[in-house]
Write a protein that binds this ligand. Structure first.
Ligand code: 5AD
Ligand code: SF4
Length: 482
């Protein structure tokens, strides 16, 4: 048998890239690849890239510069290192990558990575391989399912892609171009995936899609199912104790989704619902297809069925033509809604999008200043939200060993990290925790009930993706689309 080949994946950007990176590992496992945490001894390095803002996509070229030295060093020791660029920069700038970075052997877009084994073989033969067409076939049909040991190693919370792409064409956004048109996976495939995950210890599923609540997959009854219908069905799968979904668009919130929040206890009362701006004028220029009052009404519909529901959002400051008055309207909306957290970004013109041609740029100084003001407001809301937990008893799903010895870390319904001193037996269980204090964004507390007596899950202490770039995977970068 050949010795295993080593694979290092560095993933940038959103949750879907994290998911895609895992599926790349699954695709390459039958080829004899195993993951390595170190780039130096890798036979294959994949950069799974993000194109959402300029800063994110620039990182690719600087990383490729560093990798050139590593590849040269490997060659000096008689080893071949292959370098692949995957993800949305590959899709948007494939030809340019080939031109600018001869160190790259394979360029593969987000819809084609099931072809990685063939592309590597092609590159070995011809020097290079590029695939950025949207293939006619559906990659999910060809992706091998993850092996049980891979699922177990990845922990008790898992992403599952249910929908990909976007037809909304917000004027600032590259997603419709890099991820393509909106496509939903069939219900039975998603059920199979979730059952396999649950059988191997997964307790929490986050359904992901760039516009996840536009989900309209073919159901087993031949009808089209909405996201709400899918959530009702997935909640029946034994072992699944928590369900989440991200990222939603305010226009696509159907009544079945609201009803699911009322009826399905496993569906967490925390919804990421980007609004981008609090000014109708800016929303129109962004082609968001909703007004501020439409957004408020959607929030009210959720709140009517679950008083404990909390929201997060995305905001862009400095969209072309945004005036101080528009910006004040955004601050007013944030004040009015009251978020548990939100991500805010400076507008970044993306080549090929309609907004990139808009002339009335907001100055860099103004953008910086607006970002600070908005983030201060959001931070104060988030701190107040977290502080309100102190003294309460809240349910925590325990995920893994914490860095501090003896501590186990999990998450509340609102994704707040919560730490307790305990044995690792509690990993995989939802237990009530009395929250005693707050350290930055983390809650500290004590178990309010003895854990269930049952065998421990694997003691997950590490995430297993070779590398998730720390700066990219702060919560501020975890959102995708919508
Ligand atoms: N400039 C700044 N932020 C952007 N986003 C998307 N495109 C841009 C852009 N061109 C933000 C939006 C979106 C989040 C994923 O990224 O807020 O919801
Ligand atoms: Fe689609 Fe969201 Fe991008 Fe708008 S911001 S085009 S809804 S992915």
């Amino acid at each position: 048998m050949n010795p295993p080949r080593k694979l290092h994946i560095k993933s940038y950007g959103c949750q879907m890239n994290v998911y895609d990176a895992q599926r790349m590992v699954d695709t390459l496992a039958p080829e004899g690849f195993v993951e390595t945490a170190s780039v130096d001894d890798a036979d294959l390095v994949i950069l799974n890239t993000c194109h959402i803002r300029e800063k994110a996509s620039e990182k690719v070229y600087s990383e490729l510069g560093r990798l050139r030295a590593v590849k040269d060093e490997a060659a000096r020791h008689g080893r071949t290192m292959n370098i692949a660029v995957a993800g949305c920069v590959a899709q948007a700038e494939g030809e340019e990558i080939v031109r600018r970075a001869p160190v790259v052997d394979v360029v593969v877009g987000p819809q084609s990575y099931h072809h990685l084994p063939q592309l590597l073989a092609h590159a070995k033969r011809d020097g290079r391989a590029l695939e950025t067409e949207f293939p006619v076939e559906d990659k999910f049909v060809f992706l091998p399912p993850p092996k049980p040991e891979a699922i177990r190693a990845r922990g008790i919370s898992s992403f599952v892609t249910v929908q990909e792409g976007c037809d909304k064409f917000c004027t600032f956004c590259v997603v419709p171009y890099t991820r393509g048109a909106e496509v939903s996976r069939p219900v039975t495939k998603i059920i199979d995936d979730v059952e396999r995950l649950a059988d191997n210890g997964v307790r929490e599923i986050t359904l992901i899609g760039q516009n996840v609540n536009a989900y309209h997959g073919e159901g087993p009854d031949g009808r089209t199912w909405s996201l709400g219908a899918l959530l009702y069905r997935l909640a029946e799968i034994p072992g699944i104790v928590r369900l989440r979904y991200s990222t939603s668009h305010p226009r696509d919130v159907e009544d079945t989704l609201i009803a699911a929040h009322r009826d399905v206890p496993a569906l967490m009362p925390f919804v990421h619902l980007p609004v981008q701006s609090g000014s109708d004028r800016v929303l129109a220029a962004m082609n968001r297809k909703h007004t501020v009052s439409d957004y408020r009404r959607v929030i009210d519909r959720f709140r009517a069925v679950r008083q404990d529901i909390a929201f997060s959002s995305d905001f862009i400051v400095g969209f072309p033509g945004e005036t101080e008055e528009d910006f004040l309207a955004t601050l007013a909306l944030v004040t009015q809604i009251g978020y548990a957290g939100a991500y805010s970004f400076k507008y970044s013109p993306r080549p090929g999008t309609p907004a990139a041609d808009m002339r009335e740029m907001v100055s860099a100084v103004e953008m910086d200043e607006r970002l600070v003001r908005l983030q201060e407001l959001i931070d104060s809301q988030q701190s107040a939200f977290n502080a309100a937990t102190i003294g309460n008893t809240v349910d925590v799903l325990f995920e893994r060993l914490a860095r501090n010895p003896g501590q186990i870390v999990g998450r509340t319904a609102y994704l707040q990290p919560a730490h307790v001193m305990s044995s690792p037996d509690i990993i995989g269980q939802v237990l009530p925790v009395r929250i005693e204090s707050l350290e930055r964004y983390s809650l500290l507390g004590e178990l309010a009930r003895a854990p269930d007596a049952r065998p421990a899950q694997a003691a997950f202490s590490e995430i297993t993706l070779s590398e998730i770039t720390p700066s990219e995977m702060t919560p501020s970068e975890m959102t995708t689309g919508a």
